[in-house]
Design a protein around this ligand. Structure first.
Ligand code: ZN
Length: 166
């Protein structure tokens, strides 16, 4: 058996961080990704956490009940999903820096529910009014600020790096 090492080698060239690229399945939309490297995981996750891009997880009623059909169905879906993620990885690899800057500029969705953020306060916190109502300011500072400031710092670093190289 030859393992599909290709995917992981390509992924390994992408540094940890947040990226935005056009959605390969729908170039009229952006897709947002978080590259995660920890001792327990090494992957590319949709951002925000509850978002999903590309081939959707099949609904239960669409999955064949016969075992042999089900296995073929799942194998087919996995193949499509992997091909989609390959396209995303390729898009990010074209310029990880540009994709990171893009993420910082278009970081306009609520990290909790994924809906667009409209006002400046929401954009600064990265969370919409409904999702943050009922959260006390200390909790907001604790949970939102580290994430948002990190993204802003990365944005700044990327801009500086871009200024140096151009
Ligand atoms: Zn929200």
């Amino acid at each position: 058996m030859t393992a599909p090492a290709r995917d992981w080698e390509a992924l390994d060239t992408i540094p940890e961080g947040y990226y935005a690229v056009l959605d390969p399945a729908d170039p009229g939309r952006m897709s947002y990704w978080r590259r995660v490297i920890t001792t327990r995981q090494n992957g590319l996750r949709p951002w925000p956490t509850k978002a999903w891009y590309g081939p959707a997880v099949p609904r239960r009623k669409d999955v064949p009940t016969e075992r042999i059909d089900r296995e073929a169905f799942i194998a087919d879906w996995s193949k499509k999903r992997r091909a989609y993620l390959d396209q995303v990885v390729t898009a990010i690899r074209q310029s990880p820096q540009a994709a990171a800057v893009c993420f910082a500029r278009f970081r306009i969705r609520c990290w909790s529910c994924g809906r667009p953020l409209r006002d400046e306060t929401s954009k600064a916190l990265g969370v919409g009014p409904e999702c943050r109502s009922g959260m006390d300011p200390a909790a907001l500072a604790r949970y939102c600020t580290p994430e948002v400031t990190r993204v802003h710092a990365e944005h700044l670093a990327a801009l500086r790096a871009a200024a140096v190289t151009t």
